[in-house]
Design a protein around this ligand. Structure first.
Ligand code: UTP
Length: 279
């Protein structure tokens, strides 16, 4: 059951720990217009909670000591809200250093992540795309606990999707049997394949644990699909790709229907928690 979370720092799964988590929030949010003409996509509420807050608490639950927001001058307001959260009694941000870097132009997700390089602590990093909301168990914390730097260069959240939808995602080309393991070694991530040619039905969604080598690889990565610097291109060039089947339920809040479904689901879990608390 999904529960309304008041996450505590390092509360679950944090065996490995990821010191730095990057939150890219510099995108245009054009699919959520006109709302995003007035407010940043990441500040839109899911029922009563801004989308950004879920990402921050998930980063903290994964053990982040530093969170780097990659933002844009024309999307103000994040810092004030984060100060407000940090000032709450028993804040989940206690002891977490939140930093901001600017991406001057939206040149792609890979470029946005690379902008964070100079602010990160040594070691593997986590990346959360706040508009991919995962309710339930905090996915990045589960992934941090499963990341093995001796044999993995990346661990990417994997969600099974309908065959008809594979063309909207990067799809894992999995080594061997995908039916049992939670961690799935893969030799490729195929960007938006034709449904008939898709190597699996496992789609990459917005959570990543990336080995430190990703930085040099991103520096070498030129523009790809859509003329943008794609994070997926750097991940595939690095090799050592692994998919991870997370426990929670993911909602694509970058589009209106996904946002609405997330709002309904989170509302249900809030009301359920209130009922349980009243019993
Ligand atoms: P999306 O492509 O889903 O986000 O990028 P978008 O550009 O905000 O949305 P649309 O397509 O215009 O509706 C996924 C994530 O990557 C970030 C976005 O903020 C989002 O969290 N992103 C994307 C950047 O920070 N910079 C970029 O150049 C591109």
């Amino acid at each position: 059951m999904m529960t309304r979370r008041r996450p505590n720092r390092r509360e679950t799964f944090n065996m490995m720990g990821i010191d730095t988590v990057v939150l890219p929030v510099a995108g245009n949010g054009s699919r959520m217009r006109p709302a995003t003409d007035a407010i940043a996509k990441e500040m839109l509420p899911i029922y009563d909670t801004p989308l950004l807050q879920f990402a921050l608490s998930e980063a903290a639950a994964a053990g982040a000591r530093r969170i780097v927001l990659v933002t844009r001058a024309s999307k103000p307001g994040f810092d004030k809200y984060i100060d407000h959260l940090a000032a709450q009694p028993d804040s989940f941000l206690a002891g977490v250093d939140v930093q901001f870097v600017e991406q001057d132009e939206p040149l792609g997700l890979g470029h946005a992540v690379l902008c964070a390089r100079r602010c990160t602590l040594p070691g593997a990093i986590g990346v959360i795309l706040p508009d991919d909301l995962i309710l339930g168990e905090p996915a990045l914390a589960e992934m941090a606990a499963s990341f093995d730097p001796r044999r993995m260069k990346s661990l990417v959240a994997a969600q099974k999707v309908d065959r008809a939808s594979v063309g909207s995602y990067g799809i894992f080309d999995i080594d061997g049997d995908d039916s049992i393991a939670r961690v799935m070694p893969a030799h490729d991530l195929v960007e938006k394949p034709d449904p008939e040619k898709a190597p699996s039905q496992y789609a990459a969604v917005g959570r990543y644990v990336l080995a430190e080598e990703i930085w040099d690889q991103l520096e070498r990565t030129g523009p790809g699909a859509g003329d943008e610097i794609q994070l997926t291109d750097a991940i595939t060039a690095l090799g050592g790709i692994h998919g991870f089947r997370f426990s929670g339920r993911r909602y694509d809040c970058g589009n209106k229907e996904g946002w609405f479904a997330a709002t309904e689901a989170y509302r249900r879990s809030c009301l359920q928690s209130e009922l349980t608390a009243a019993e």
